[in-house]
Design a protein around this ligand. Structure first.
Ligand code: NDP
Ligand code: DGY
Length: 339
């Protein structure tokens, strides 16, 4: 068996090498994961930066399994380069929009991913981003540092609170629900949600009402994007969407950058059509430092850190390793993507 690991040895990942386990920072966690007698050869990208396309094309040739992450676009070219041996792809992410599923399915390749283990961390970060944006924390810290803090003043750095608010969630999935559960104790009055169909079970947990996207846009004080990225959600938040939002409303995106049309967002933020935006995800990633959105005080941009806690990344890497190994052994994966 041959495996290509598209992550560097400095990353928080489980690595197999000639029957042995190597893991730089979290060795202990992985020892229970990797069966000691699993015989395989490993090709590995040796840097913490994403693997280059060229190295991925080279490394995957003839591999039976691939351990990859969301920066690795696994498309027809890569699958062709892999050849017929490739039967398992294990991604260190719950999002799978970087995988060409049609091509993968056509070749009978199974896919493992990492749902659930990152839900809490991502929901927590989304709440942090919402509060940082709505209560203007970045601006406030900057004012303290640059001498702009002259005195306590009645309206200085006022923002918008969650108490008595309406929160709209686009995609009441695992993460969407976890966000709503964390926001409820802040005194949110109403939760609205939208998706392809009503989801009565999670909705009941937070008394969320299913509404069309337009209603969610026009009635929410805070709109949170926690949907998957698909052709249907691509560019979903565009100028028509922003035109329907309240002028005092705030948009938070922790799904994928391309769900938002960033040019339209810039217009909406600079013309006062909406109050503010917080984005953990952008197009491209990284966002160039001279991007117009970064010049705005009412836009908080984070570098895709939703799942970035040590414990979560550790759990993700263990799950991704288990998925890979189970798949290679022809067993059911702990988290296999249904295609
Ligand atoms: P789930 O599959 O549980 O949830 C996805 C949600 O997207 C579902 O509720 C689904 O609702 C909704 N959805 C799909 N299509 C549409 C549509 N056309 N309109 C509105 N909603 C839609 O996944 P998770 O909650 O685990 O993860 C969600 C996403 O979050 C991931 O796909 C990933 O992109 C992103 N993510 C980002 C992270 C970060 O670091 N910022 C970390 C982890 C995940 P329905 O089926 O009812 O339409
Ligand atoms: C995912 O898993 O899809 C995130 O974007 C990173 O954890």
């Amino acid at each position: 068996m041959a495996i290509f690991v598209a992550l560097g040895s400095g990353s928080v990942v489980a690595l197999l090498k000639r029957d042995q386990l190597f893991s730089c920072k979290y060795r202990v966690a992985f020892i229970t994961v990797i069966p000691s007698r699993f015989s395989c050869t490993i090709g590995q990208w040796d840097s913490d930066e994403p693997v280059t396309r060229q190295e991925l094309l080279k490394g995957i040739a003839g591999a039976h399994g691939l351990y990859c992450m969301l920066t690795d676009k696994i498309d027809e070219e890569i699958l062709q380069a892999a050849g017929p041996n490739l039967k398992i792809i294990s991604t260190l992410s719950v999002g799978f929009d970087h995988l060409s599923l049609d091509e993968i399915k056509k070749r009978g390749i199974r896919v493992g991913y990492t749902p659930d283990v990152l839900t809490a961390a991502t929901a927590e970060l989304t709440v942090a981003l919402l509060l940082a944006t709505s209560r203007r924390l970045m601006e406030a810290v900057e004012e303290v540092k640059n001498g702009g803090w002259s005195a306590w003043k009645p309206l200085w750095l006022c923002g918008f609170g969650l108490q008595e608010s309406t929160v709209g969630i686009v995609g009441l999935g695992r993460i969407g629900l976890a966000i709503a559960e964390r926001l409820k104790p802040f005194g949110v009055k109403r939760f609205l949600y939208t998706g392809r169909q009503p989801r009565p079970e999670p909705a009941a947990k937070v008394q969320a009402e299913y509404v069309p996207l337009n209603t969610l846009a026009s009635q929410s004080d805070f709109i949170i994007l926690s949907c998957s990225f698909t052709p249907d959600t691509q560019g979903m938040c565009n100028k028509d969407f922003f035109a329907k939002m309240k002028k005092t409303a705030i948009l938070i995106n922790s799904s994928r950058g391309a769900v938002v049309n960033q040019e339209d967002l810039y217009q909406a933020l600079t013309t006062g059509q909406i109050a503010a935006a917080g984005m953990d995800v952008t197009v491209p990633e990284p966002l160039p430092t001279n991007h117009p959105l970064l010049s705005l005080k009412n836009c908080v941009v984070l570098p895709h850190i939703g799942s970035a806690t040590y414990a979560t990344r550790n759990a993700m890497s263990v799950l991704a390793a288990n998925n890979l190994l189970a798949g290679l052994k022809g067993e059911p994966m702990p988290s296999e993507l249904k295609m």
